[in-house]
Design a protein. Structure first.
Length: 129
């Protein structure tokens, strides 16, 4: 399914509709919301999942984006992100550097432009039952 809507105001018809939601290399407000754990955006993503459903995120923020007001994403950000997502009913089950296979499997045209030198992170969450 393909939906054009902001994550913080998704149609109610999507509530509990999916076992898995993927967010690959977001940009703009979705990128800022995902990496900051913005309650409105995280809640919108969580709402779409069935209990036990998974949210999978691939994200890449390096020093290059620092000028856009985004901090580099690294290990130091994971603990705070874990807490913020948990507040919206999402349990962190994986946070690590993305493998080349994960990046390739995303079939993202942005991922192809990232190149192998740019670090990407794989974050996975499970919705509470």
């Amino acid at each position: 399914m393909f939906v054009v809507a902001s994550a913080e105001s998704l149609p109610c018809e999507l509530d509990g509709a999916f076992e898995e939601v993927t967010v690959h290399f977001p940009w703009g407000s979705l990128l800022r919301g995902v990496v900051a754990g913005d309650p409105a955006i995280v809640a919108g993503l969580a709402r779409m999942l069935v209990p036990g459903g998974r949210l999978k995120i691939l994200v890449s923020i390096t020093q290059r984006e620092a000028g856009a007001g985004l901090a580099v994403f690294d290990e130091s950000r994971v603990e705070d992100l874990q807490r913020r997502y948990a507040e919206q009913g999402l349990e962190l089950i994986r946070a690590c550097r993305a493998t080349e296979a994960e990046i390739d499997a995303s079939h993202s045209t942005w991922a192809k432009r990232l190149g192998r030198q740019r670090e990407a992170w794989s974050l996975q969450f499970r919705r509470s039952a």
